[in-house]
Design a binder for this molecule. Structure first.
Ligand SMILES: Nc1ncnc2c1ncn2[C@@H]1O[C@H](COP(=O)(O)OP(=O)(O)OP(=O)(O)O)[C@@H](O)[C@H]1O
Ligand SMILES: [Mg+2]
Length: 399
């Protein structure tokens, strides 16, 4: 047997595995690194978060990645060069984190690397019937494995696409493994660059669960703040939005896109929800001259309403449920206030309430997918997700 396979076999047979989950979402804010101890697999999975950090991306990193991020036309050379380069940057961030935590690389069994999403193209974005949905994450797994000396599982989304899915959202699998509950109807809401939720009805099986993107999370608000408020990266705690007034004409124009009419589940990215989208809505609604604060207040409300509409679409009226929120947008007080008002049948709580550090949640979910890849069985989230049960991730060895 090849020693690599032998090593993997040993890891697969361990009662617990130490897995480093990595997440870098569409906000391009930094790399989330979650050191997890994962016991068992499938329905018996138990996860303990040992360490967590977000390493912010430097201005230099963002300057290199932004030109090839969610744009139809980019330099193919730059895209090609960044594929191993991002992996090496991530490897350096991992090594620094391990040193800071006083954890040896050889005590880690696996890295679970999401990679950096460069382009996400669900069918709704390209009506060309010749092509199905597609998505591209870079930061090559082989480079990461060789640079860290740790077996790396990466590129999780391609199997979802290959099996008839959209490549997103993948949170449904980990949300089920970690959060399913016999008594409580739970919505796991993650407000990252894009907002997505998983509805886990009490006592349901994985194949009965609904998970979908709802539209923008922070992406539109972030893009607007970066353009119009000097040196600010995002609307911290929603302070700017709280100074503005919601403009109903603009709000209606923002909500008029056919994406919001589509049935769940669906996925989307900043390829649609960007400043050009806002600009079109402002022209349509004749609101180009309203104040920046009013625009941000409206974008905030737009984000909240589309999240609430998505959730309300899949939960029968009158059902009581709890929304466990995570992701950077959960820190936006104005957004959360809107959500509380828009979801009268729900209680809102942090995922911390069910033992999951909210900022670490997405990285944890990928650690779980890597665990399933080596020690679990294929997962089936129902025919609306993929046609067949799947195991996600590609395995890269350090040598
Ligand atoms: N205190 C805060 N107040 C308001 N917004 C915040 C705050 N902290 C973080 N955010 C928002 O959260 C964003 C980062 O969120 P997060 O890291 O969850 O998203 P992501 O990297 O796109 O991941 P993913 O899309 O996969 O969930 C920031 O860009 C910012 O908009
Ligand atoms: Mg992030």
């Amino acid at each position: 047997m090849h020693p690599n396979i032998e090593q993997l076999y040993t890891i697969a047979n361990k009662p617990t595995r130490r897995i480093l989950g990595l997440m870098s979402g569409t906000s391009l804010d930094g790399l989330d690194i979650a050191l997890c101890e994962v016991k068992d697999s499938g329905a018996k999975t138990a996860l303990k978060l040992l360490e967590f950090t977000t390493v912010p991306y430097t201005a230099d990193f963002k300057e290199k990645v932004f030109p090839i991020f969610s744009k139809q036309l980019v330099s193919l050379e730059q895209l090609c060069l960044l594929n191993p380069w991002i992996a090496l940057q991530h490897a350096a961030m991992i090594k620094a984190a391990l040193m800071c935590w006083d954890v040896k690389a050889n005590s880690i069994d696996l890295i679970a690397s999401h990679g950096q999403t460069i382009y996400h193209a669900p069918k709704s974005l390209h009506p060309n019937d010749e092509f199905g949905p597609a998505t591209l994450q870079i930061g090559d797994g082989d480079s990461l494995a060789v640079a860290t000396g740790i077996i790396t599982i990466s590129d999780f989304r391609q199997k979802h696409i290959a099996a008839g899915g959209d490549g997103a959202p993948l949170a449904v699998y980990g949300d089920y493994l970690l959060c399913a509950n016999a008594l409580e109807n739970r919505v796991l809401l993650n407000i990252g660059g894009i907002a997505n939720f998983t509805y886990v009805e009490a006592g349901s099986s994985l194949s009965q669960i609904i998970a979908s993107d709802t539209g923008p999370g922070n992406t539109l608000m972030d893009a607007y703040v970066r353009k119009h408020f000097n040196d600010m990266l995002y609307d911290k705690d929603g302070i700017i939005a709280s100074k503005g007034t919601i403009n109903l004409d603009l709000l209606n124009a923002l909500k008029s896109d056919s994406f919001f009419e589509m049935d769940l589940p669906k996925s989307i990215g900043p390829e649609l929800f960007n400043l050009a989208y806002l600009n079109t809505a402002q022209i349509q609604s004749n609101t180009e001259s309203i104040s920046k604060e009013d625009v941000l207040a409206t974008l905030n409300r737009f984000t909240a309403e589309t999240i609430a509409d998505g959730i309300n679409k899949c939960i029968p009226p009158g059902t009581q449920f709890i929304v466990y929120k995570s992701g950077g947008g959960a820190h936006n007080a104005v957004l959360v206030k809107h959500l509380v008002a828009l979801l009268p049948n729900a209680k809102l709580a942090s995922t911390m309430k069910i033992g999951i550090q909210p900022d670490a949640k997405e990285a944890i979910l990928f650690a779980l997918l890597a665990n399933e890849c080596v020690a679990g069985t294929p997962l089936y989230a129902g025919e609306k997700a993929t046609k067949v049960p799947i195991t996600m991730g590609k395995i890269s060895f350090p040598n």
